[in-house]
Write a protein that binds this ligand. Structure first.
Ligand SMILES: Cc1ncc(COP(=O)(O)O)c(C=O)c1O
Length: 341
């Protein structure tokens, strides 16, 4: 490592830390410029920017991992590029070529490599790419200009305690509409999730779990992570719904469950009334990694899966293999790992 920073790597939470460089590129007159690294973490934009009024913005979240031998690597950044472009298309924003996205991420990680936590601390460098509609505009229509920015910060566990079971409650509210933007990573979904999250947190839950907004009978996902359950028959089951964000971690776990653990993998509706079919359950995502779900409160009753204090054996195995791949200790499927050079 070239520079050093004064950070307690073993006690990182999920809080903003200003790192040295971020990448900024601007779209004007029909094209993205080459982009550059900046030391300034402030953006100056028009008061009439579409992102500020009409939520024309979207973002991504991925991580850089330090391996045992000190290398730095990314986990499936091409999938984040594809998902960002899906969000961009949905909000009529200009797409970003995959090479430009990955180059921006690489530049930012390289420039901030002294902020990538050491191997073995459990910390990672969280990378936040985002695109906002900017420029002078007051009607509800796409912005005349766009900013693509990528910044990063060292993080620890998203849910307190990391790989220890957390309890969740079923939300009385929806984060997205049945044919809305639930499948895209756009700010409006998260704005809608803040009040339900607060209600859950005030009652001592880690977060809430949303039901499908059309019928409110099937499990959708957690505020910032997908849901999976393990059945008595050793199946990995996860909700299939257009209003769930397609989690890269979830699709990776599906492949891991199938190829490494010989499990049957099923994407289908998961009625809230049949959660007793699961012997284990978890929330998965880049930030959450795998957070075991101790229990879910629904209609005033707490349904416990494996245990409120112990982690189930399949969840443990999935976690070991996923993190092993991400930190370079377990051989990854072809194309999953991108080395930062
Ligand atoms: C609503 C929501 N669902 C699921 C996820 C997990 O997705 P991923 O595994 O790609 O991080 C996230 C986090 O990105 C999220 O915000």
């Amino acid at each position: 490592m070239s520079k050093t920073v004064n950070i307690d790597w073993n006690n990182l939470g999920f809080n903003y830390i200003k790192t040295d460089f971020r990448y900024i590129s601007t779209w004007k007159d029909g094209a993205w410029d080459d982009g550059h690294l900046s030391e300034d973490n402030m953006l100056t934009i028009s008061e009439a920017s579409c992102a500020l009024h009409y939520g024309q913005q979207c973002f991504e979240g991925l991580k850089a991992y330090r391996t045992k031998n000190g290398d730095i690597q990314l986990f499936r950044p091409n999938r984040n590029a594809a998902r960002l472009n899906d969000s961009l298309r949905k909000l009529l924003m200009p797409e970003i070529p995959e090479e430009k996205f990955i180059d921006a991420v690489m530049q930012v990680v390289k420039a901030n490599e002294h902020f990538v936590p050491p191997y073995g601390t459990g910390g990672t460098l969280y990378i936040r790419p985002f695109v906002i509609g900017v420029g002078d505009n007051i009607g509800v229509k796409p912005a005349p200009e766009y900013i693509f920015c990528v910044f990063c910060l060292p993080v620890g566990a998203y849910f307190k305690g990391g790989m220890t079971p957390c309890n969740f409650m079923i939300a009385d509210y929806d984060r997205a509409a049945p044919h809305g933007t639930g499948g895209q990573k756009v700010g409006g979904n998260y704005a809608a999730s803040m009040q339900p999250h607060k209600i859950a947190a005030d009652r001592g839950f880690a977060d809430c779990i949303y039901l499908d907004p059309a019928t409110r009978t099937n499990i959708e996902e957690v505020g910032a992570a997908n849901f999976f359950g393990i059945t008595k028959n050793n199946e990995f089951v996860t909700p299939l719904s257009p209003s769930v964000l397609p989690s890269i971690t979830k699709y990776s776990l599906m492949e891991i469950a199938e190829k490494y653990l010989n499990m049957k993998v099923i994407e289908r509706e998961i009625p809230i009334d049949s959660i007793d079919e699961f012997t284990e359950a978890g929330a998965c995502g880049t930030a959450a990694v795998i957070t075991p779900i101790g229990g879910i409160e629904y209609k005033g009753k707490l349904h416990v899966f494996y245990s409120e204090t112990e982690v189930g054996p399949i969840t443990k195995e999935l976690y070991r293999i996923l993190c092993g791949i991400q930190f370079g200790d377990v051989e990854a499927p072809e194309g999953w790992i991108y080395k930062v050079k």
